[in-house]
Design a protein around this ligand. Structure first.
Ligand code: URA
Length: 216
């Protein structure tokens, strides 16, 4: 399976219908499955949930223009895992070093909530994405849905790897999975996730992958 869905992917009828209505309403926006982005040979893969309507679905780059992207790109910059300055647009010149970002669900879901069947339908792209990246040492999942989908995509049992912010799981093939609460507006506004908590997990994932300020 190709790691990237076709721009008219029809696997999820509800998401395809939402895409059509967004194309009619916002013709200048990306309005298609958002491809993975970053270093083509990453050592760290970050798995988010799904594009935001006015963020990644508008710009076509994961987390770009989404509230969650502000903290994510700021933290990657602090870790030394990016070059350039994030400016909420895909042509801001930002480059990720050693890191690639993907989403468990590639299309924007209504109300930011993909349903189970959509998460399952999109999982094949996650499986192919991981299979194509042979240098990955760390996988950082943002939120429980990304955690669960990642485990299923690798054929692993959820019961053996409980999700928890800051948890670190040794997976087969020397992969290490790092769990974080999602860096969403809701989680940061409610104090469930602070920038310090997020930085700690991102830095641990970068350190294990030996990238940015942790490179050999
Ligand atoms: N934007 C994305 O691309 N993914 C998320 O999980 C949230 C916002």
């Amino acid at each position: 399976m190709n790691p990237e869905p076709e721009s008219d992917c029809a696997l999820c009828p509800r998401l395809a219908e939402f895409r059509s209505s967004n194309r009619a309403q916002f013709p200048g926006w990306f309005n298609a499955p958002v491809p993975s982005w970053g270093d083509p040979k990453p050592k760290l893969l970050i798995v988010g949930l799904a594009p935001g309507l006015r963020g990644a679905n508008r710009t076509g780059r994961p987390f770009t223009g989404d509230y969650a992207g502000d903290l994510l790109f700021e933290t990657l910059a602090k870790a030394g895992a990016s070059r350039g300055t994030y400016d909420c647009r895909p042509n801001d010149g930002l480059e990720l070093s050693g890191v690639r970002i993907t989403n468990a669900v590639r299309c924007v879901p209504p109300q930011n909530k993909p349903v189970g069947a959509e998460i399952t339908a999109c999982r094949g792209f996650l499986t192919s994405t991981i299979a194509a990246l042979s240098d990955v040492r760390s996988i950082l999942v943002l939120g429980r849905i990304a955690h669960d989908s990642l485990l299923s995509s690798l054929g692993l049992k959820r019961s053996q790897y409980a999700f928890g912010h800051g948890a670190r799981h040794d997976l087969p093939n020397k992969l290490v999975l790092f769990d974080s609460y999602h860096c969403s507006r809701y989680n940061t506004n409610t104090g469930r996730l602070t920038s310090e908590m997020f930085e700690e997990v991102v830095f641990a994932a970068c350190k294990h992958a030996r990238i940015g300020q942790f490179a050999d």
